[in-house]
Design a protein. Structure first.
Length: 1044
């Protein structure tokens, strides 16, 4: 029956269906409630809008027209309210999700209902939506206004519903006076109940029903457990029965308690339990692992109370916890390091048992990858590493994992230690060509990449960001020392930190050890940390760039005398974005770092250049960039060019002030008789140099000759003061052609070049900046405009994640046509000269990915190899589909060239893709020895010195190696001959050596014109030639004589 009450009743749980028994209902004060009639009300003169008559049923949902006239009130103002679902659906109220709201406080009020005095039944269906075991709370009231205040008569108390399926609920309503009434449904579900109320088929009819049974079930008890020792699969379970009902009232009785284990496999029932009673279960069986569950439920009659549940309880042998306090301590001689840690306890990762007496520790390289095997195993809690065979220095760190059977703990990492003999002074780092010169460690405390950007850059980087045609553009930032590289740090967020840690340098013998570096900036701070020996790094200097800003390269010089007694020093440059704010980001470049013994006189070659490949007769252009590191002006500094140990040229630098730079340039003509390799050195020279080791730059220059034959049969015959040379004309096989396959692995090619390879040339028709395809670490042309690059993934240092994508078809290198960014590609790879015969050309190619497939065309020239010479397109390319899209797997393509084709070109022409790969090109090149090869003469060399200004045409030559005033004695000379062809110099002949003796040979000084002098091939003079080959000398001219 409807009950008038101003007291809010506690939530009680509603049975799934009415039981038909009489009930007594208690209010919060604990006394019996009395039945009351609704108060006398005044009936409106006119019917309110949208009023309905009894009986009625509203299905709710969007298919119910009356639902549009219901009133929804969101009393707590959160983001939840009553809503309607699809046609023939229901009204729904979702559980709160606002962090500041713990429960629903939402009303759904019907349209006005015309009711005359009598007995009526309010009916509705309630269901629940939600995962797990949700429940909801709902109350129903009646009043004469569709407002919260107007809901004055409680029809259904606040009740907990637990059935997910819709269940019909019916409540009695007694009306004493005719009027228009509203029925309100008040949702009060708490957040932890997790249920969404579903409400439908709201209606009123005349009559009455047996009141439902309302039960206030027991609250949840408590349940604890203790696992058996040593991993035994048993437990002791302790259950304490509840003393309160769900609503918070005192619990009078408990009919029974059910306790379950192992997901209900084991069930323990106890009858007539007293509230608060403790039940202990010994030796309860457990599963091995985490799949264990305990529950406990108290009942009143047949009604279950709230369940106490604990699941995912681990029992038995467990995975160990990670070892702790992992430390790597380096020995005083830097040759060994001891790794130590603390053992985990007997309680495992999941609360199970670990047999600590049988743990195995696995030690991994912390700088390795996931699949690397352990570097060592041990049952102890320490391990010693011996680095006696280590060359130089390196950073080491290890991860230690504890293993118990087949169960392995998480790893725990050690500190990073520096091991190996400290390097000799000077320690230098100038980031040459935008790369690290030596090994460095990024401080592990460095903040994340989202807070900053950092790395080495070359001198073209900032220049590429500036419009060269803008007269107001700023001067781009470049390296301090002109070696095409420096370090750049750009913090994005305030207090971002970056640290760069060095190896150790030996300062034990230095008179005045200092740490120097160059920097600039107008904000942020630079902390310089240093440590002697194996001690911890500590701050020795702080540079506040806001307090002392600089817009040009500025030197920091920090004395290290205090650390000299420790023998070696290690340092860190740590940068912090102290002054960043919403309007300012302060970057810091730095360069030219060194630890050295400060000296008055010290030069170094910063950078030097020399071609790696040459041909006889070419001029080599070389440069050296020199820095005066001394504290005084270098007044007698010079730079020498040496070739194969011989000083060729010297350039004076003049007065070079301290910290100033000088430059020297040289040109050297490669001799026609040069050996296959030239040892070229550029050396800075000054008296009193403190560190000569960094004063020289050495180059190994390969000398490549055309494959033209050398003269044979060279003989050198002494005749008094003269030497007669005779040789045979070289023999060449003219015009021979062979089919070749170029896999781009030739030692004559320069990997990573973007200017071609050997006789292969390239043309970049689009001029676009290109994509960074492989994120490689060592590519000086990364993102630069280019046509094709001779790419080598090993030299480029392609990261592991892209390594397989950069796989050549064969060998280590391939040609890569890199796509321009957001534009039409026009990249040309042009072949060496062809044989001009009709031929079939084959090559392998692939796209980087089919997501952005590459395309190409093939052209040929009948003239030269300039881009504009390729006016003939090959229309049929075997293997190329109609859409010309190249697969992402290596695929063979072939085409036929007509007679007269002198070059072919592959034109990469896709739009905004990634990269086209080309490898293993098979074709018939022009003959190495042309059909019209002809000898133009010969150059003669004595002891490596060219004697002839112009080639001599004869197959003989007379040399007078001795000066007229040469003293008596024995002399030895070595001669070679180089042929000069119409296509350039040929190979050098075998050397011929001859000895001259000035003693009693005055009669042989001149040769009578009337009678020739004859010599055999051993250089002995004979009176008359007989059968054989001889040399005849007449009036200083020699010729070969064959006597049959």
């Amino acid at each position: 029956m409807a009950v008038l009450s101003s007291i809010t009743m506690p939530a009680v749980e509603r049975s799934a269906r009415p039981t038909g028994k009489n009930i007594r209902q208690f209010n919060a004060a604990g006394h019996a409630s009395t039945q009351r009639r609704a108060p006398l009300l005044r009936m409106p003169a006119e019917a309110p809008a949208n009023a309905v008559e009894v009986p009625f049923t509203h299905i709710l949902g969007k298919g119910c027209p009356e639902a549009a006239n219901y009133t929804e009130i969101n009393s707590n103002g959160d983001n939840r309210k009553w809503i309607y679902t699809t046609s023939n659906g229901y009204a729904a109220l979702m559980v709160p999700n606002d962090v500041n709201v713990d429960a629903n406080d939402d009303w759904l009020i019907t349209v006005p209902v015309h009711i005359k005095p009598g007995n009526y039944v309010l009916s509705f269906e309630v269901g629940i939506m939600g995962s797990g075991t949700p429940n909801v709370e709902l109350a129903a009231k009646m009043g004469t206004a569709p407002t919260v205040a107007g809901m004055t008569v409680e029809i259904a108390p606040r009740t907990v519903y637990t059935e997910k399926d819709f269940v019909k609920q019916e409540f009695n309503v007694a009306v004493g006076e005719e009027n228009y009434y509203y029925f309100g449904f008040h949702g009060t579900t708490k957040k932890d109940q997790k249920g969404t109320i579903k409400l439908r088929n709201v209606g009123v009819r005349e009559g009455s029903v047996t009141p439902p049974v309302i039960i206030d079930p027991p609250a949840a008890g408590t349940l604890t457990w203790t696992l058996a020792p040593k991993g035994e699969l048993k437990a002791t379970v302790v259950y304490t029965a509840p003393t309160k009902t769900r609503s918070g009232a005192d619990l009078a009785e408990i009919t029974k308690v059910e306790i379950t284990s192992r997901w209900g496999v084991d069930k323990f029932t106890y009858d007539n339990v007293k509230p608060g009673q403790v039940i202990t279960l010994e030796n309860v069986e457990m599963y091995a692992g985490i799949n264990n569950r305990f529950t406990g439920v108290a009942y009143v009659g047949d009604k279950a109370g709230d369940m106490v549940e604990h699941k995912s309880i681990f029992c038995g042998p467990d995975t160990p916890l990670a070892p702790g306090d992992v430390r790597l301590n380096v020995s005083d001689d830097y040759k060994k390091a001891t790794l130590s840690w603390t053992a985990p306890g007997e309680v495992g990762e999941n609360g199970g048992y670990v047999d600590t007496d049988n743990l195995t520790y696995y030690i991994f390289d912390a700088f390795g990858n996931y699949y690397d095997p352990a570097v060592a195993t041990t049952g102890e809690t320490s391990y010693e590493f011996d680095y006696s065979d280590l060359t130089g220095q390196d950073f080491f760190a290890y991860q230690v994992t504890a293993g118990f059977g087949e169960k392995y703990s998480l790893d725990c990492s050690s500190n990073i230690a520096t091991v190996g003999q400290p390097g000799a002074l000077p320690f230098t780092e100038s980031f040459t060509d935008g790369r690290y010169d030596g090994l460095w460690l990024i401080d592990p405390a460095t903040t994340g990449s989202s807070t900053q950007m950092y790395g080495t850059v070359d001198d073209d980087y900032f220049a590429s960001l500036i419009d060269p045609d803008d007269p107001d553009a700023p001067t781009p930032l470049t390296s301090h020392d002109g070696d095409n590289g420096f370090y750049y740090w750009l913090p994005v967020e305030k207090d971002a930190m970056f640290g760069l840690v060095s190896l150790r340098a030996d300062i034990s013998q230095a008179s005045e050890p200092v740490l120097e570096f160059w920097y600039q900036g107008q904000g942020s701070t630079i902390d310089v940390l240093a440590a002697g020996g194996t001690k911890a790094l500590a701050v020795i200097k702080t540079i506040d760039l806001q307090a002392a800003p600089t817009t040009r390269w500025t030197q920091a010089r920090i004395p290290l005398d205090a650390l000299k007694a420790d023998g070696a020093v290690q340092f860190e440059l740590r940068l912090t974005a102290t002054h960043n704010d919403d309007d300012h980001t302060w970057s810091v470049p730095f360069d030219n770092i060194r630890v050295r013994d400060l000296a008055a006189c010290e030069l170094r070659i910063v950078s030097a250049s020399c071609p790696e490949l040459s041909v006889p007769g070419d001029k080599l252009s070389m440069k050296a960039h020199i820095e005066n590191l001394g504290t005084e002006t270098a007044g007698s500094a010079k730079v020498q060019l040496k070739v194969n140990g011989n000083i060729i040229e010297t350039v004076e630098l003049g007065d070079l002030p301290a910290n100033a730079f000088g430059d020297a340039a040289f040109e050297y003509t490669v001799p026609l008789d040069a050996p296959d390799r030239l040892a070229v050195a550029l050396e800075a020279v000054i008296d009193g140099e403190a560190t000569p080791a960094d004063n020289i730059a050495v180059f190994d220059v390969a000398v490549r000759r055309k494959p033209f034959a050398a003269p044979t049969g060279l003989t050198a015959t002494a005749d008094g003061r003269n030497v007669a040379l005779v040789w045979d004309e070289p023999v060449n096989e003219l015009g021979k052609t062979d089919v070749v396959t170029d896999d781009f692995e030739s030692e004559d090619y320069t990997p990573m070049s973007i200017s071609g390879a050997g006789e292969w040339t390239v043309y970049d028709g689009d001029g676009l900046r290109t994509y960074n395809v492989f994120r490689e670490y060592n590519n000086p042309y990364q993102t630069a405009p280019m046509a094709f690059q001779l790419f080598n993934r090993e030299i480029a240092e392609v990261p592991e994640s892209y390594y397989l994508d950069a796989e050549p078809y064969s060998g280590d290198s391939f040609m890569m046509g890199v796509s321009g960014a957001e534009g039409q590609n026009d990249n040309w790879l042009i072949s060496p000269a062809l044989s001009a015969k009709a031929q079939t050309v084959k090559f392998m190619a692939k796209s980087f990915t089919v997501a952005w497939p590459e395309t190409f065309r093939v052209f040929y020239s009948t003239t030269g190899n300039r881009h504009e010479d390729f006016v003939n397109e090959v229309t049929a390319v075997n293997g190329l589909p109609e859409n010309r899209e190249v697969p992402e797997d290596w695929t063979e393509f072939s085409f036929t060239l007509p007679e007269g084709a002198t070059y072919f070109a592959i034109n990469h022409d896709s739009y905004d893709t990634l990269a086209l790969f080309v490898d293993d090109v098979t074709y018939e090149p022009a003959p190495e020895i042309p059909a019209d090869l002809a000898i133009e003469g010969y150059h003669i060399f004595r002891d490596g010195v060219q004697l002839t200004d112009k080639p001599v045409a004869a197959l003989s030559f007379i040399d007078s190696p001795l000066a007229d005033d040469a003293p008596d004695g024995s002399y030895s000379f070595s001669y070679t001959v180089v042929p000069v062809y119409n296509y350039g110099p040929g190979a050098v002949s075998e050397a011929a050596t001859v000895s001259l003796t000035l003693a009693g040979l005055s009669e042989n000084i001149s040769i009578p014109t009337a009678a020739p002098a004859y010599y055999d091939l051993m250089g002995r003079r004979i009176s008359k030639p007989e059968s054989g080959i001889f040399i005849s000398i007449t009036d200083g001219k020699a010729e070969k004589v064959v006597v049959d």
